[in-house]
Design a protein around this ligand. Structure first.
Ligand SMILES: Nc1ncnc2c1ncn2[C@@H]1O[C@H](COP(=O)(O)OP(=O)(O)OP(=O)(O)O)[C@@H](O)[C@H]1O
Ligand SMILES: [Mg+2]
Length: 135
């Protein structure tokens, strides 16, 4: 069972918040002892999900947790919004699928960059995406 040793919550409502998310995830990744490559993977994944939260979710929050599982350190990011939700999560994860003007690479790309990835979404109720990367 992973234990959260440190927690913070940030708004994710506008492009300026996405910039702050990137900086915050970089700082916490360094604190968790991640290599430069792993820092960048986590920042990139966070950036994609944060942008989706703003564009499709109508804004939401990021809860960031420094986690510890035994002696294994990691970083967990929980993005939540109360937007329209995702009707077909498997379809949304497919590379090239977009309902907007993007490339449809964000969700699938983010999933490949982390150790654990989960989406809970209900149409009309919103979306919760949890990303964890272990050192
Ligand atoms: N938080 C969300 N709320 C509602 N729908 C979402 C959310 N996040 C993603 N989606 C849906 O999933 C689709 C795929 O997302 P994904 O990030 O993979 O691609 P994109 O944002 O369309 O393009 P890209 O990320 O490549 O710029 C989106 O087009 C949107 O329909
Ligand atoms: Mg996207």
């Amino acid at each position: 069972m992973a234990l959260a040793t440190s927690v913070d919550v940030f708004p994710v409502r506008a492009e300026t918040d996405v910039v702050l998310v990137r900086q915050t995830v970089r700082t916490w990744s360094i604190q968790q002892g991640f290599s430069l490559v792993d820092q960048t993977k986590m920042v990139t994944a966070a950036s994609e999900i944060a942008r989706n939260t703003v564009i499709y979710g109508g804004g939401g929050t990021l809860r960031i947790e420094a986690v510890l599982d035994g002696t294994r350190r990691g970083l967990r990011l929980i993005f939540e919004d109360q937007g329209p939700g995702i009707e077909d999560v498997d379809l949304a994860l497919r590379d090239g699928y977009t309902t907007g003007t993007g490339l449809g690479m964000g969700l699938g790309g983010a999933r490949r960059l982390v150790s654990e990835f989960s989406i809970e979404s209900k149409p009309g109720q919103g979306t919760k995406i949890t990303l964890t990367r272990w050192k």
